[in-house]
Ligand binder design. Structure first.
Ligand code: ATR
Length: 279
């Protein structure tokens, strides 16, 4: 389908945004579904975020993904936000309904759908989540919504874990029994009682990053998920030890699929999108 006067515009706002894989796989989804739309990258500096959001309205851009570093800041410029956005404190998907902007967070859904591919029955498992930033909050929101009952949360700044417990108390009244704060330097003591390890920090993005804990302590019984889109040092160790493991691509895929469904009301062609991501 060629671009014409009726083509609808979608896109992603980030800074930087050049590395984003969303334009490829969202465009593939629109093509597959014969929807007359384009999906473009928009590099927006932090000081221009407000103008960019007003631009969504002015230009009737139908839907926008929001990525680093705007996921938190964008919330103040939206007309309405979903429950997930309110708990997580970050928004990655905006739908424009005739100039009225609604913010969603599809990262929690993305994480859970990805996790189900390697751990279909995770509710009774014990989790160890590394990190307590925006990505961690999305993972935790998803897990708690799905009924996970025991989650160690380790972070360099432990106060951020206590803040999450406080913020999520309205989500689940047993939150203090579900989320157990763990200082980062004590992680190794919790590994024997952990089933599923999830790294939500940015540590591992660069090969020279020092590890969050002694990865040689990872055991074959662990399932290891790293939400970074590559085989990090942690994942390499997991693979060597014979663990089940997963990188960040499934989460990326399913958060995008959910955004597509929010915008179009149609079922996302997940396998088409996955193929593009794997290329
Ligand atoms: P995101 O939205 O990607 O989660 P964020 O909110 O900035 O980003 O959170 C980054 C997470 O990575 C935090 O848990 C952070 O730990 P602190 O809360 O102590 O800052 C963690 N992180 C980043 N760099 C780290 C490092 N070098 N060592 C340990 N943790 C690190």
């Amino acid at each position: 389908m060629l671009v014409n006067g009726e083509t609808e515009v979608y896109g992603i706002i980030g800074y930087p945004v050049k590395h984003s894989k969303s334009p490829q796989f969202q465009t593939a989804a629109f093509r597959h579904k014969n929807i007359n739309a384009v999906y473009l990258p928009f590099e927006v500096k932090p000081e221009n975020l407000k103008k960019a959001v007003n631009g969504i309205k002015a230009l009737s851009i139908r839907g926008i993904n929001i990525t680093v570093p705007h996921k938190e800041e964008v919330i103040r410029y939206l007309d309405e936000t979903s429950e997930e956005v309110q708990f997580i404190g970050a928004c990655n998907t905006v739908k424009n309904i005739d100039g009225y902007l609604i913010g969603y967070n599809t990262d929690a859904y993305g994480f859970i759908e990805g996790l189900k591919e390697i751990e279909p029955q995770f509710q009774d498992k014990t989790f160890l989540i590394l990190g307590a930033g925006g990505a961690s909050r999305a993972v935790l929101y998803g897990l708690i919504r799905e009924g996970a009952e025991k989650i160690f949360v380790a972070n360099r700044t432990i106060d951020r874990v206590f803040q999450i417990i406080q913020d999520f108390s309205k989500l689940n009244r047993f939150i203090q029994e579900i989320i157990i704060p763990v200082p980062l330097d004590k992680v190794e003591d919790y590994l024997s009682s952990t089933d599923i390890i999830v790294n939500t920090t940015s540590v591992g993005l660069k090969d020279e990053d020092p590890p969050l804990f002694d990865y040689s302590k990872v055991q074959k019984k662990h399932t290891v998920v790293d939400i970074i889109y590559k085989k990090t040092k942690l994942l390499k160790v997991a693979e060597e030890k014979g663990c089940r493991w997963q990188d960040g691509l499934p989460m990326l895929l399913y958060q995008g699929a959910k955004a597509f469904e929010i915008w179009t009301g149609e079922k996302a062609p997940v396998e088409v999108m996955r193929k593009v991501l794997q290329e």
